[in-house]
Ligand binder design. Sequence first.
Ligand code: SF4
Length: 251
Amino acid sequence: MDPAARRVLQSLLDAGVRHVPIGVAAPCPDVAAAGDPPPDPAAPRTPPDPGREQSSPSRGSTTPADRGAVLAEVARQAADCTACKLCERRTQAVPGEGAPDASIVFVGEGPGADEDRSGRPFVGPAGQLLDDIITKGMGLRREDVFICNIVKCRPPGNRDPQPDEVAACSDFLERQLLAIGPRVICALGANAARLLLQTDAPLGRLRGRAADWRGIPVIPTYHPAYLLRSPEAKRPTWEDIQKVMHIARTP
Ligand code: SF4
């Protein structure tokens, strides 16, 4: 057993957990609220994702510096972009943030008010929940993954991005994903899942099942904003996240 897995297992044992299903690294804090043992707040974090430094088939020979340069260029272009009407009311574009060599990329829908103000993805209440999933649930740090949205500017009133807006912005997302070449993409919500998988199927049919974007596995799951309104969806979401972790850690 590798040292990281041993530490996670020890933290579970310290917390009184005696049965660990295959593939479970740590109990999700939100699932714990539904009746499972609580996570040990003193549990050591799993070190940065072991897949970070490993190459992905889609990465080719690019280095983290190369990937970072592409991400910086996307961010610069998004900041000045006027390709769709979402530019008219934005405070600033929110291109995304995280590790250029991330094994896991979370793709959400679009920035909200907090993100529009800060220029950072997932920093509002839904972002706090995503942070909890990443840190307390997955045992990673936010900076170990990459987080972005399918549109980089805030849709007014937090409405769904419209098809023409998604189409206009898709090149930015495509360049980000191809540059990073993650081991797995987690699509947060129906709009992200439908764009990446090119389908109109409902999220209920898509979630939790590994599909494929340009050779990179995609696991769709519920958007954190939906989880805030529908706590009963937290348990299936955690099951999906465990699949994401399993793929990210599979050599
Ligand atoms: S949402 Fe995307 S395409 Fe539209 S203005 Fe913003 S960066 Fe450009």
